[in-house]
Design a protein. Structure first.
Length: 528
């Protein structure tokens, strides 16, 4: 919004919107560069979806090889200079993380241990992971009671550990943090440069000056049904982690002229709805090991198959990166019936499969959510009605509302393929295949689930936001999953690395901008 004569209630050099991994890293870097920094977060608790992350941070031993992998996995949808900056950042991350963990003695693992990418693209052999294995004296259940951060709740997850490291670094610096303070609009001057942020706090609005720049690090739009309807064909996707990411940063950036990219692309899998409507998010089905075609798959069994509304299989239930691309098979529209034949789909398994492991896990960051943990034997979910039980195939068909002959044929074909250890229909890895032949049978409705979106404002290699003509919107930067680089296929651990890499860049760049209210402000606009 353009204010003719803005009356600012207070001022900072750099304002960071959002307090997850990206916002924390941006604030740390801007503060270390000498800027006076304010971090605002719309939710009453920090961490966003970052604190619930269960994986590690992607790093690389060689920037050139990492760049080759990034080019392949992005399919020509992200500029080379942006990917090159990311590849360089992946190589620099180990040393940066060593500096961050000094704050509390957190233990890092994984450096030097190859962890190939999800697909056999050139450069995959240079990829590794960093995990924050532990933080002395830290218990996520105590420090972050608002968040369910892993399956067992017996120990903190890598994501919670990493956020603890970042939060302790923020607290060590003269960075002001304000929670329950949503940003509403960006303020611009007559040149279009961003000069501040309108925020809401305690029911009132305040206009805060950003003398140098604003960094948007407030995530995507996975919890906003209206934006889902506009950017995705399917609008029945469940958010996986929380309700805070509703596209605020995207709208604010659009309002000052930002272009958008990657809006169709989201990271997700499939899972269940909780019967209690006050439970805020989808419950993702069990995290599965990833596999690379032509290589050995870790020894695990997938206890279920997925069926469409007619009682037939419609997909490989275990694609190479299940929790990233499995949801794409659901997104089919039938113009004859004017419906989505695979939403919701039906998961089907038998008694032996029910005993293997918990089918799903609850992960969220919401202090008002119903406390819920999936049971170890999946029987609590039968009592709740998430899963339903049938003693015969005929009873199962009645529960699914499908033809009993069709269902029997589907199960017979599946069991025959399990016996020969070859899925002729969809190419599911043989080692994952188990028959469904021992009653009782279990079924439940499953929907596509979005972990996080990748779309948002277009940015350059310096994290500066661009308009549709490729021109800078002065003094506006972004970090993290807001306007992510991932435009085609995701790389496991990539968003976590992105929060740190782009947060470092955005924080440094924002702090370097000359104050716009200085005497030479107009001359400095071209350098921001």
């Amino acid at each position: 919004m353009r204010l003719a004569k803005p009356r600012f209630d207070e001022e900072f050099d750099v304002i960071v919107v959002g307090y997850g991994f990206g916002g924390a890293t941006s604030a740390i870097e801007a503060s270390d560069a000498g800027a006076r920094v304010l971090v605002i977060e719309k939710m009453p608790d920090p961490g966003g979806i970052s604190v619930c992350a269960g994986g590690g941070i992607r790093i690389a031993a060689d920037a050139d090889q990492a760049f080759e992998y990034l080019k392949a996995t992005n399919g020509g949808k992200t500029p080379d200079d942006v990917l090159r900056a990311f590849a360089d950042g992946m190589v620099e991350l180990p040393e940066y993380m060593r500096s961050l963990v000094e704050v509390n003695g957190a233990k890092m693992i994984g450096i030097g241990r190859t962890r190939e990418g999800n697909y056999p693209f050139p450069g995959t052999g240079t990829l590794q992971f960093i995990d924050i294995e532990s933080v002395p004296g830290f218990d996520a259940n105590v420090s972050y009671p608002h968040a369910i951060v892993n399956r067992s709740r017996s120990k903190s997850s890598s994501g919670a550990n990493l956020f603890k490291v970042l939060e302790d670094n923020v607290r060590r610096r003269p960075i002001e943090v304000r929670l329950a303070t949503p940003a509403r609009r960006l303020v611009t001057d007559e040149t279009g440069a961003v000069t501040g942020v309108v925020v809401e706090t305690a029911g009132a609005t305040r206009t805060i000056k950003a003398r140098r720049a604003v960094i948007l690090a407030c995530g995507g739009f996975e919890a906003d049904p209206a934006m889902q309807r506009q950017y995705w064909q399917d609008d029945q996707v469940l958010p996986a982690v929380g309700l805070g990411n509703t596209g605020d940063g995207i709208r604010m950036a659009q309002a000052v002229g930002a272009d958008l990219w990657h809006m169709w692309h989201y990271h997700g899998g499939y899972g269940f709805r909780h019967p209690d409507p006050s439970y805020p998010v989808g419950i993702r089905m069990k995290r599965l090991p990833d596999w690379i075609p032509g290589t050995a798959v870790r020894d695990f069994k997938l206890s279920w198959i997925l069926l469409g509304k007619t009682g037939e299989r419609f997909m490989n239930e275990c694609p190479p990166y299940t929790n990233d691309t499995a949801q794409r098979s659901f997104d089919v529209f039938d113009p004859v019936t004017q419906s989505f034949p695979y939403i919701p789909a039906h998961v089907v398994l038998d008694e032996e499969g029910r005993k293997l492991y918990p089918l799903a896990s609850a992960v969220y960051n919401d202090r008002n959510a119903v406390r819920y943990q999936w049971s170890a034997d999946n029987l609590k979910e039968v009592e709740l009605g998430i899963l339903r039980k049938a003693n015969t195939v005929e009873e199962l068909a009645a529960l699914l509302a499908v033809d009993a002959g069709m269902l029997a044929g589907t199960l017979n074909r599946w069991n025959a393929q399990c016996a020969q250890q070859r899925d002729d229909d969809f190419g599911r890895p043989a080692i994952t295949m188990v028959p469904i032949a021992t009653p009782p049978y279990y079924c439940g409705k499953v929907w596509p689930v979005v972990s996080n979106t990748q779309g948002g404002p277009v940015h350059d290699a310096r994290q500066r936001v661009l308009n549709p003509f490729g021109e800078l919107i002065p003094r506006l930067y972004e970090a993290g999953e807001l306007g992510s680089i991932w435009g085609h296929l995701y790389l496991s651990g990539g968003n976590l690395a992105e929060c740190l890499i782009t947060g470092r860049i955005a924080g440094r760049e924002a702090a370097r901008a000359a104050p716009w209210d200085a005497a030479d402000a107009k001359a400095s606009l071209h350098s921001v």
